[in-house]
Design a protein around this ligand. Structure first.
Ligand SMILES: NC(=O)c1ccc[n+]([C@@H]2O[C@H](COP(=O)([O-])OP(=O)(O)OC[C@H]3O[C@@H](n4cnc5c(N)ncnc54)[C@H](OP(=O)(O)O)[C@@H]3O)[C@@H](O)[C@H]2O)c1
Length: 264
């Protein structure tokens, strides 16, 4: 297939929104996920609505076998845009995270991103065109207790993408990392997290559509690090500029209050 956007994790949330956005622009799609019925239904709806071709690859990308399966499925496709979006969160504190989940989150949110990017970059470099979008999180700026492996892998994605941008500066390949705050998606339910998805106030849950719109606007402007929404921007400032002791105090207090609310 030619003129393809490959999006990992397009079953729901941000990935599905990116799929619609690039289909609207006339790209054919390759979309991945593990929930077969859902992703196939998404593919059918997008094909009917936007008149583009959509290939689905049902694959778990949290291990080497899954990533190799995806690479063999896409080896004949001309990929113009890669969106490394698939990701998940973990509920327990670090000391209680099962080894399997620890390996999985690190593989999906580091190895899979790196391997897919390098592979697809090779064909983009031959054509000297393309776009790589990596989905990080505002957690990359501010690690929180109860979320440290997630935030740490998202910090890796941020650093990796900024480095990639600088390495590719003399090419016509666009590179962006997106660092959203809370998103109203399947993310928290999938992790078994008990959250109230508030739609107002600080750290509210934004709609995936709004985040993709803001990130696409930043991409047009050539912004390498896109931080959609005011709340995520505040988190970035806190994480980057507060003295560390003050930062720890604020985050620890916030986490305690949140936990009290959850266990009430
Ligand atoms: N939700 C938030 O508050 C938030 C905040 C900041 C950043 N983010 C990031 O935004 C991205 C999209 O998340 P979302 O909020 O849209 O959540 P979502 O609705 O749960 O979407 C996550 C996607 O990743 C896929 N995925 C998860 N684990 C996978 C695995 N092991 N192998 C293959 N695919 C996998 C899921 O597909 P299947 O379940 O079908 O496999 C799904 O399509 C993630 O990278 C997430 O870390 C989320």
């Amino acid at each position: 297939m030619k003129n393809v956007t490959l999006i990992t994790g397009a079953t729901s949330g941000l990935g599905l929104e990116y799929a619609k956005e690039y289909a609207k622009k006339g790209y054919n799609l390759i979309i991945t996920g593990r929930r077969e019925d859902k992703i196939k239904a998404n593919a059918g709806n997008i094909e009917n609505t936007y008149n583009v071709k959509v290939k689905t690859v049902i694959v778990d990308l949290a291990n080497e076998k899954g990533v190799n399966t995806l690479l063999s499925e896409i080896c004949d496709d001309e990929i113009e845009v890669l969106v490394n979006n698939a990701g998940f969160g973990l509920k327990p504190v670090f000391s209680e995270v099962p080894k399997e989940d620890m390996d999985g989150i690190m593989y999906l949110q580091m190895n899979a991103v790196v391997i897919l990017t390098q592979n697809i970059l090779k064909q983009m470099l031959v054509r000297n065109r393309g776009t790589v979008i990596n989905i990080s999180s505002d957690g990359a700026f501010a690690v929180m207790p109860g979320n440290i492996l997630y935030s740490s892998t998202k910090l890796f994605i941020l650093n990796f993408t900024e480095g990639l941008y600088m390495e590719l500066i003399d090419t016509a390949i666009n590179v962006q990392v997106v660092c959203p705050g809370f998103i109203d998606s399947d993310f928290h339910e999938s992790a078994g997290m008990n959250v109230v998805k508030k739609k107002k106030g600080f750290m509210k849950f934004m709609d995936p559509e709004e985040i993709v719109n803001l990130a696409m606007r930043d991409l047009k402007k050539g912004k390498v690090v896109s931080v959609p929404g005011l709340d995520a921007k505040i988190i970035r400032i806190m994480g980057n500029f507060l003295p560390r002791n003050m930062f720890y105090k604020i985050i620890i207090n916030f986490t305690r209050k949140r936990n009290e609310k959850l266990h009430r």
